[in-house]
Design a protein around this ligand. Structure first.
Ligand code: CUA
Length: 158
């Protein structure tokens, strides 16, 4: 069969693009998206409040940083108000007691999913004191739009 050179170039280019697309899907799904967000730690979602890691949601401030333990559930975050010091690394440890929720602190780089069965964890530092809105950014049911909390970043004590 006589295929002109120009035709051959286009056929190989089209084949190459298909291979690149499939490779992109495989690389991102195997290399990234098949893992729970940020932290591979599991928990029984039906026993969240009996689990010692989440039995007492709240903030613990230590000299080298603060730890926030928070649980998302339909349709609230526990605790509803989080107070942390400015300029200190804050480690968030969170999970969901029912369905998938989001945890996004508006105006900061803090944003994760709360997936039942997994503990989501990240550390960030808030430099700017003030009040920040925390919203759920994963649709979780009829009360999704009501699901919010508040972060208060307090001026570091001198
Ligand atoms: Cu929780 Cu939307």
């Amino acid at each position: 069969m006589n295929v002109p050179l120009y035709e051959k170039i286009w056929m190989w280019a089209a084949g190459g693009i298909i291979v690149a697309f499939v490779a992109t899907v495989l690389i991102t799904s195997i290399g990234g998206a098949l893992q729970p967000p940020s932290h591979v730690e599991t928990i029984d979602p039906t026993q969240v409040f009996k689990d010692p890691r989440f039995a007492h949601p709240g903030v613990a401030v230590a000299p080298n940083g603060a730890t926030v333990v928070s649980v998302g559930m339909m349709f609230a975050f526990n605790p509803p108000v989080i107070r942390v010091p400015a300029g200190t690394p804050v480690t968030f440890r969170m999970t969901s007691a029912d369905v998938i929720h989001g945890f996004s602190i508006v105006g900061t780089n803090a944003n994760t999913m709360l997936v039942p069965g997994y503990v989501s964890q990240f550390t960030t530092t808030f430099r700017q004191p003030g009040e920040y809105l925390i919203v759920c950014n994963e649709y979780c049911g009829l009360g999704h739009h009501l699901m919010s909390a508040k972060l208060i970043v307090e001026e570091a004590k001198p």
